[in-house]
Design a protein around this ligand. Structure first.
Ligand code: GAL
Length: 689
C-alpha cells in the first residue's frame, strides 16, 4: 500500500477543479504543476454534477483525460468520491434528502453539502457513485489515495428530520436496550419527561426551554456516529474494490460536530484542512493545536495537510492576506508538527462562483507576475531538500486530555456559567508551547503511560473508565494537572455526589464545596506562596477543602481570601495538582513551569512568537525554530553542537532568527530544551502578525 512517508518525498499539491476551466488550461496547469514541484492533486471533490448529470448517467471522459494527463506529467491523484455536494437533480428528486435544522427549517438547493445522512436513496446514490469511480479507476496508475466526501459536518453536522429521528431511536435502542435504562440515564424523572414508548423519543428540536441535557448529549454522539456510518459506507466500497489504495477524509481540526478520536480509527491516514487567521494575533498556536491533534489521533502517525490557503480566504468578515514569508513559515510549522503532505485549496483561484476571492497556488493575475506563485514555487523546491523530515517522530512528554464528549457536555445549556472549552484548552496549549514542549492530545481512556505530565484544562465529563485511567496514571508515578470544574459528571451527565470532583477526590486530596461564578465586572486574585506573585482571576473561583493536599496558592479576596486556589497532592508514586479557577495565561505558564520542573521535564521559557518543536530522526534530533513575527528578529542561544540541517555544517551558538525566519538545527545526541535560550527578545508582548 502507498505509504505517505515514502511518497517520493513530501507530498505537495492542491485541490484541482479542472471542470471550472476550458481544456486548453489543463495543459498549462500540468506544466505549471511540474514547475512548482506538485506531486499530488485532490481531484473531483465537487464533481458529482459533472460525473452524473442525470440519475444513473455517468460521464467519465473528461476525468479519464485529466487522470491520464496528470499521470503523463508524473502527478499522482488523491481521487475524491465526489459525494460532498449532491447535484440539484438529486435534492429535487428526493425533497426529504434535504437536511432540517433544529427549528424545523429544511435547507435548500444553491449551496453545498445539502444532504441528510439518514436518507436511504441518498445513501444508495452515494454508494453507486463510489462504486463507479472505484471500478473505473482502480488500476489507474495515477491513483494514490482516496478522498472520501469532503469535510463531513462542516456546514451541516446535525439533521433534525424525521428520518434522523428514526435512526436516533434505533441508535438509542442499541445503546440502552430498555426504556427503563434510557429513562434513568436521561434523568427523565424530572419535568415529567418519562418515555413509555420508543416512538415518543425525538431529537432535541427547538423546545420551550432547555431540552433534556443527556438527550442533547446522546444526540451529539448519535449525529457524529450517523455521519460516520455514511463515511463507512463509502470506505467499505473502496476497501473492497481497491484494497491497495489508502483511504482518508479531510478533518477540520477542532470541529465541534465530529468525534475525531473515533473517526480517525477508520482511516488509513489522517488529513486536515487548516485555515488559521493570518489577521489573528497568534495564528501559529491556532494552527499548531490542530496539527498536534491530527498527529495524536493515530498514535503519532504522520498526517497530510490537505487544505490551507496560499494567502487570503474569502469567508471571514475581513480576509487578511499572508504577508511574504508567512505561507512558507506555516508550512514549516506543519512539517515540524508531523505533516508529510502540504496541500492547498485550491490549484487555480476560481473566476466565478462562491470562492472566487479565495487565494490559489495560481492567482487571478496568472503565474508570472504573482508574488504568491513565486513563494509557491520556491516552497516546492525547498521541500525537495527536506524529504528526510517525513521520517521524523515527535515525542511528547506532556499531553493535554481532550474528549469530544466532554466538549459537548460542557457546552450544553443550564450550567453554573456558560463555559466554553476551547479558550481554556487554547490557553493551556499556548502555555505549554511557551515552555518549549511538544504537546500531544490524549483521549481520557487512551494510553497515558508514555507521558510524564497529563494536563486537563477541563474535563467536566469524566467517565468511570477514564477516572480509573487517570488514577492508575498518577498512582504509577505520573503527574496530573487538573483545571477547575473537572470530574463533575459521568458519561450520562449525572453529577458524582459527595463533594466535587468525587471520582478524583482521593487523587487530588481535596473536595470542592461551591463554585464562585464571577460576573464580568468582578475579579478575585491568587497569590503564589513560593514567590509571592499575584495574578487576577476572572470568571470562576472555588471553595475548596483539603484532605491531604498541600496549598501552593491562595485566593486573595472576598469570603475565600486565604483559602486554597492551587494545590498539589502525592498519590501513589505520582502527584496531582489542582487549579481552582480561571487563571490568566501568565499564571498558567508560571504554574505549569513549576509542575514541569518537579516532574523533571526539561523546559525553557520562550516568547509566544517563537514556535519550537524537537523531533527525533534516526539517531539524531532536530530542532525546528520559527519566528512568527513579520518585522522583529530574535536572538537565540542554541544548545551546544548544533549542525545546519540542510548541509551539516556547524552553526554558531548564537544565531539571529530573521522576521518570519526558520532554522532547522540537527544534533547528534538528544538535546535538552532547557539548553535553549532566547537572548534578545525584542518584546514578548509586541503585537504579533
Ligand atoms: C474548505 C473546503 C474547500 C473550500 C475551502 C475554502 O472548508 O473543503 O472546498 O471551501 O474550505 O477555504
Amino acid at each position: 500500500m502507498f505509504d505517505i512517508n515514502n511518497f517520493d518525498g513530501i507530498i505537495y499539491g492542491a485541490d484541482y477543479n479542472p471542470e471550472q476551466w476550458p481544456r486548453e488550461i489543463w495543459r498549462e496547469d500540468v506544466r505549471l504543476m511540474n514547475e512548482a514541484g506538485v506531486n499530488l492533486v485532490s481531484l473531483g471533490i465537487f464533481s458529482w454534477a459533472h460525473l452524473e448529470p442525470q440519475p444513473g448517467t455517468y460521464i467519465f471522459d473528461w476525468l479519464d483525460e485529466v487522470m491520464d494527463l496528470l499521470h503523463e506529467h508524473g502527478i499522482g491523484v488523491n481521487l475524491a468520491t465526489a459525494t460532498a455536494s449532491p447535484p440539484p437533480w438529486l435534492s429535487l428528486k428526493y425533497p426529504d434528502s434535504k437536511p432540517v435544522t433544529a427549528d424545523g427549517v429544511r435547507l435548500e438547493v444553491g449551496g453545498r453539502q445539502l444532504y441528510c445522512p439518514s436518507h436511504k436513496a441518498f445513501r444508495t446514490h452515494v454508494r453507486e457513485l463510489t462504486e463507479q469511480l472505484a471500478r473505473r479507476y482502480q488500476d489507474h496508475p495515477a491513483l494514490k489515495l482516496w478522498h472520501v466526501n469532503n469535510e463531513y459536518g462542516c456546514h451541516v453536522d446535525q439533521c433534525f428530520c424525521s428520518l434522523c429521528a428514526e435512526e436516533f431511536r434505533s441508535w438509542l435502542r442499541d445503546k440502552y436496550g430498555t426504556l427503563d435504562t434510557l429513562n434513568f440515564a436521561w434523568g427523565t424523572a424530572f419535568w415529567s419527561q418519562r418515555y413509555g414508548d420508543w416512538a415518543e423519543i425525538q431529537p432535541p428540536r427547538r423546545a420551550p426551554t432547555y431540552a433534556n441535557p443527556t438527550q442533547q448529549l446522546d444526540w451529539r454522539r448519535f449525529s457524529s456516529d450517523n455521519l460516520l456510518t455514511l463515511y463507512r459506507l463509502e470506505a467499505d466500497v473502496l476497501r473492497n474494490m481497491t484494497p491497495h489504495i489508502p483511504v482518508t477524509t479531510n478533518f477540520l481540526g477542532f470541529l465541534p460536530g465530529l468525534d475525531y478520536f473515533k473517526w480517525a480509527q477508520e482511516e488509513d491516514v489522517v488529513s486536515l484542512d487548516a485555515y488559521p487567521d493570518p489577521g489573528g494575533s497568534r495564528p501559529h498556536f491556532e494552527a499548531g493545536m490542530s496539527y498536534d491533534m491530527m498527529r495524536s489521533l493515530r498514535g503519532g502517525q504522520r498526517w497530510i495537510l490537505m487544505e490551507q490557503a496560499t494567502s487570503a480566504v474569502n469567508w471571514r468578515e475581513r480576509n487578511s492576506l499572508k504577508r511574504p514569508g508567512l505561507m512558507r513559515l506555516l508550512n514549516h510549522q506543519a512539517l515540524a508538527h508531523g505533516a508529510s503532505g502540504l496541500m492547498f485549496f485550491q490549484w487555480r483561484a476560481s473566476r466565478a462562483g462562491a470562492e472566487k476571492y479565495h487565494s490559489g497556488m495560481v492567482q487571478h493575475v496568472g503565474p508570472e507576475r504573482s508574488r504568491v506563485w513565486q513563494e509557491v514555487k520556491a516552497l516546492g523546491q525547498e521541500l525537495k531538500t527536506l524529504a528526510e523530515l517525513t521520517q521524523a517522530r515527535l515525542p511528547a512528554r506532556v499531553a493535554i486530555m481532550f474528549d469530544w464528549n466532554n466538549w459537548w457536555a460542557l457546552e450544553i445549556d443550564s450550567k453554573p456559567a456558560a463555559l466554553k472549552l476551547m479558550p481554556l484548552v487554547q490557553k493551556w496549549y499556548a502555555a505549554l508551547k511557551q515552555l518549549g514542549q511538544n504537546v500531544d492530545f490524549v483521549h481520557p481512556e487512551g494510553d497515558l503511560s508514555a507521558y510524564d505530565v497529563v494536563a486537563l484544562p477541563n474535563q467536566y465529563l469524566l467517565s468511570h473508565p477514564a477516572a480509573q485511567n487517570v488514577r492508575r496514571f498518577v498512582a504509577s508515578g505520573g503527574t496530573l494537572v487538573s483545571g477547575f470544574f473537572s470530574g463533575i459528571v459521568d458519561e450520562h451527565e449525572h453529577v458524582q455526589l459527595g463533594g466535587y470532583p468525587a471520582l478524583l477526590g482521593d487523587v487530588l486530596g481535596l473536595w470542592v464545596e461551591e463554585w464562585v461564578v464571577l460576573q464580568p465586572h468582578e475579579k478575585n486574585q491568587i497569590q503564589l506562596l513560593n514567590s509571592g506573585t499575584t495574578y487576577d482571576v476572572f470568571n470562576w473561583a472555588e471553595v475548596i477543602h483539603l484532605t491531604g493536599a498541600e496549598m501552593l496558592a491562595t485566593f486573595q479576596q472576598d469570603f475565600i481570601a486565604g483559602q486554597p486556589a492551587v494545590t498539589s497532592h502525592h498519590f501513589g508514586a505520582g502527584k496531582a495538582y489542582y487549579l481552582a479557577g480561571d487563571f490568566p495565561e501568565e499564571a498558567v505558564i508560571d504554574l505549569l513551569a513549576q509542575v514541569l520542573l518537579h516532574a523533571d521535564v526539561p523546559m525553557c521559557r520562550l516568547p509566544e512568537r517563537l514556535n519550537v518543536t524537537l523531533s527525533e530522526l534516526g539517531e539524531t534530533c532536530v530542532l525546528h525554530l520559527l519566528n512568527v513575527h513579520p518585522t522583529q528578529p530574535l536572538q537565540i542561544r542554541l544548545p551546544d553542537g548544533g549542525l545546519c540541517f540542510e548541509n551539516g555544517t556547524y552553526l554558531p551558538q548564537v544565531m539571529t532568527l530573521a522576521p518570519y525566519g526558520i532554522a532547522l538545527v540537527r544534533y547528534h545526541r538528544s538535546v535538552r530544551m532547557d539548553e535553549l535560550q532566547v537572548q534578545d527578545e525584542v518584546s514578548a508582548h509586541a503585537p504579533s502578525p
